[in-house]
Design a protein. Structure first.
Length: 275
């Protein structure tokens, strides 16, 4: 199984050069494509939906749903879907790809100071994405695919920051996240303050599951490292959170997504297999 996935990764990496790089954005995502008008963005938004191991007639209110962000990059969504099927061929699942064309804006939480976010493009609009997810996307997926209440949120880089913010904002709805190379340094480490406050105050009955991964040596990964280490200490001390952390032997920020998705799905097996 692992050998097959590594071969797949090798092929993808070696296809990304010359003309292949130019064709990156023209590749087609797996599954069905939907366009919906979002009240919270006042714009048309795109979803990609892939059914893994789901028969068209399957009716189950416990059907697992995975929401993957940054799927304006089709190959990463396709890789996630293929990786899930390789690891969990017997687990029916709906995988939803959410496109984030203005990622520096909609994947970043409301900031605590303006000075530290000057390099971002209109940051701090994560609440709009969160509301769209809760009020528009999830209800649509539930109505069309008969999904249940088991949701996993998946994100890389700022996507990883967003899924962490979503879990802290609504742990009743989002009980499991897969976060690869998240930027917890954002806005003077405001996410660390939120994590600390959340772990002290969370009294929910549900156990929360979190996979966290980071790379090394890469300039971006090293800049994220101090806050990531703080997050690990905070999360590890919370008995209500099941944390699985991996330090990936990868030296490029843009590449941690591939092994991170694979290891993350393995690390969350208790939640994936949960009935």
């Amino acid at each position: 199984m692992k050998k097959v996935l590594l071969i797949l990764l090798f092929c993808i990496f070696h296809s990304w050069n010359g003309k292949a790089q130019a064709d990156f954005y023209s590749l087609q995502s797996l599954g069905d494509r939907y366009i919906y008008d979002s009240e919270y963005f006042d714009d048309s938004r795109e979803l990609q939906v892939y059914r893994s191991g789901v028969d068209a007639t399957l009716k189950s209110d416990s059907l697992l749903t995975i929401y993957v962000f940054d799927t304006q990059y089709p190959p990463t969504f396709n890789l996630f879907c293929s990786t899930f099927e390789l690891l969990y061929p017997g687990v029916p699942c709906i995988i939803v790809g959410i496109s984030n064309p203005n990622r520096q804006s909609e994947l970043t939480p409301p900031y605590t100071d303006e000075e530290s976010v000057k390099g971002y493009d209109d940051p701090g609009k994560a609440d709009s994405l969160l509301l769209s997810l809760e009020k528009e996307i999830i209800p649509f997926i539930k109505s069309r695919y008969n999904t249940g209440s088991r949701n996993i949120l998946v994100g890389h880089s700022l996507g990883g920051t967003f899924v962490t913010y979503a879990l802290l904002s609504n742990p009743g709805l989002f009980q499991c996240i897969l976060s690869v190379s998240p930027n917890y340094m954002y806005s003077r480490k405001m996410m660390i303050d939120k994590l600390s406050e959340f772990t002290k105050e969370y009294k929910g009955a549900s156990q929360l599951y979190m996979y966290l991964a980071s790379g090394k040596k890469d300039k971006i990964e090293e800049s994220f490292k101090p806050a990531t280490e703080e997050a690990i200490k905070i999360l590890s001390a919370c008995p209500k959170i099941v944390l699985n952390y991996d330090s990936l032997n990868i030296e490029k920020h843009s590449h941690t997504i591939f092994e991170g998705y694979y290891r993350g799905l393995l690390g969350l097996k208790n939640y994936v297999n949960k009935e």
